[in-house]
Ligand binder design. Structure first.
Ligand SMILES: *Cc1c(COP(=O)(O)O)cnc(C)c1O
Length: 434
């Protein structure tokens, strides 16, 4: 028997948040509950409600909440007075992480990268990546793509497409050209060829770029998945024009699309890769910028930071690598579940003449408008399913279930989405939980 969610009906007292927390808060507005505990795919609120989590911290909790193996590793480490903070000093925890990352991730994939521990969030990893690309090439421009999302600090924000997010910058965002992502003008326009044409034309007005920055699947921008052909073409363009290829794998990496990296088996190797979100495996802040050793021209402390390398995250990340990535079992399971997810979303789409997006366990369904998507997600929440939207108009219902979910529970959550999409499209979505 699959367990089902048990949403609580009462909205708790949220006066403290309204009184003291900045208006910048966002997810909490559409889920006005107060959460306390979480385990696996379930998150519990303070009123004994239980919710199925198809958001997973935007792919930060790929291995679920409080995975027992990761939790035990961290408890043991703290119990033994393991180092919590050490700037960038050598620590046992860091050595174990680097050795495990080398032996389980890099070597089997024939990847030779240096690891730079940046500040602990994704945007820090992107800042370091574009800063290094500019330093290495002596060029200023970064080519990013329509609907790309790369973070909120100025350099990464300049690479982000979303106008509302960009509007918060308060200063001009420059030195980035936003070119068309795969499929932007529909299936018949080869946007890689357009980019090649612009870069090859000395009079196009597009400067030679330091880097081309790309997500293989656009997490926030609408779950658009670039084809392997397109990505290979972009990699070749970068090489031809002396630009470094940066793959932002912050959301699509750590197994979300099947492999540890989202670009595996596609026939190209990025010069630089950014990782964060699920890297620690347990929702701890932890980010990494990887690059070819020849690019490592940083001088000591040139890109500094107090929280470079989070030792607790080293411990949980190492435990996650050992538990999930020492053979191909997990990867195969994720691929099978990703296929199931794809089939189920395609079925909903076919029934209602909608379309689906994405790859692996990173997929969504375009429901027509942001308004319909919002009514789908709020109806799902009323049934006890946490699911969010994505895309330029928030018109894609995005499914980011924990990768460790069993097929029955995945199916139960998708049943709820199917029902709420049907009801929202019939504009009769006044659902109460059964
Ligand atoms: C979330 C995300 C970022 C930013 O990470 P933060 O930890 O929020 O700073 C950058 N790139 C992509 C693709 C992301 O999904």
């Amino acid at each position: 028997m699959t367990s089902l969610p048990r949403p609580s009906q009462d909205i708790p007292d949220i006066a403290i948040y309204q009184r003291r927390e900045s208006g910048v808060r966002s997810y909490s507005r559409s889920m006005p509950r107060q959460f306390g505990r979480a385990q696996g795919v379930w998150i519990h609120d303070s009123q004994n409600g239980r919710y199925l989590d198809f958001l997973s911290g935007c792919s930060t909790l790929n291995y679920g909440h409080n995975h027992p193996v990761l939790k035990q590793a961290l408890l043991d480490y703290i119990e033994s007075d393991g180092i919590a903070h050490a700037l960038d000093l050598h620590t046992d925890a860091k050595a174990e992480f680097l050795e495990t990352f080398e032996s389980l991730i890099l070597k089997p994939r024939d990847l030779d990268y240096r690891a730079m521990f940046t500040g602990p969030t994704g945007t820090n990893a992107v800042e370091a990546a574009i800063k290094l690309a500019r330093k290495v090439t002596g060029r200023e421009l970064v080519v990013a793509f329509t609907n790309g999302f790369h973070g909120m600090t100025l350099g990464a924000l300049a690479c982000t497409g979303n106008a509302a997010k960009r509007g918060g910058a308060g200063v001009p965002l420059g030195h980035v050209a936003h070119e068309a992502y795969d499929g932007y003008y529909g299936p018949d326009v080869d946007t890689a060829a357009l980019l090649e044409q612009r870069l090859s034309d000395p009079s196009s007005g597009l400067d030679a770029p330091a880097a081309i920055l790309v997500e293989t699947v656009q997490g926030e921008g609408g779950l658009n998945a670039a084809s392997p052909d397109w990505l290979r073409a972009i990699a070749a363009i970068a090489k031809r024009h002396g630009a470094l290829l940066i793959v932002d794998d912050i959301q699509a990496g750590c197994g979300r699309t099947g492999g540890f990296f989202s670009f595996e088996n596609m026939g190209f190797k990025p010069d630089i890769v950014t990782m964060a979100k699920s890297l620690s495996g347990m929702g701890l802040p932890f980010a990494l910028t990887l690059f070819r050793p020849e690019l490592d021209i940083w001088s000591p402390g040139e890109h500094n930071g107090t929280f470079r390398g989070n030792n607790h995250a080293f411990v949980t990340a190492t435990a996650a690598l050992r538990h999930f990535w020492s053979d191909d079992r997990f990867e195969k399971e994720v691929r099978a579940k990703g296929d199931l997810l794809g089939r189920r979303l395609d079925r909903i789409a076919t029934r209602h003449s909608l379309s689906t997006r994405g790859r692996g366990m990173m997929r969504g369904i375009h429901v027509g408008s942001g308004e319909i998507a919002a009514s789908v997600t709020s109806a799902c929440f009323a049934l006890g399913l946490i699911v969010e939207t994505s895309g330029p108009h928030d018109e894609i219902v995005k499914v980011l279930a924990p990768l460790v979910i069993d097929e029955a529970t995945l199916g139960a959550g998708l049943d709820m989405i199917e029902r709420c999409v049907g009801e929202a499209l019939n504009a009769t979505c006044g659902i109460a939980a059964e």
